[in-house]
Write a protein of this length. Structure first.
Length: 105
């Protein structure tokens, strides 16, 4: 759980353009958090074909979940993301493994 939330904050810290707005980041954070647990499904048959129907979370539930995540572990995850981002910087300003993935020198 902590790794997923920290990774989302790290992705936002590294590339500011990957989330167009704060609302988009909030929704994606809640969605990634919900996907950590397997969702219950219901078997349905439509036209003779079997299909799985999953429950989806509503927009108010997404907002509530995001607020609860950020209130409880958001500051710690943001601090970890900032520390990881700062530790990966080289003297040239490149990030190890991202800009030069196979540089073994």
């Amino acid at each position: 759980m902590l790794a997923t939330v920290t990774a989302m904050f790290l992705m936002r810290e590294h590339d500011q353009t990957c989330f167009p707005s704060d609302q988009h980041f909030n929704f994606q954070l809640a969605r990634a958090f919900v996907r950590l647990a397997p969702a219950p499904y219901k078997q349905s048959y439509n036209g003779g074909k079997g299909a799985l129907k999953y429950d989806r979370i509503t927009l108010p539930m997404t907002r509530h979940l995001y607020k609860r995540i950020t209130e409880s572990i958001g500051v710690a995850c943001l601090n970890m993301a900032n520390a990881i981002h700062a530790a990966n910087r080289l003297e040239t300003g490149l990030l190890r493994g991202i800009n030069v993935p196979f540089n073994f020198t």
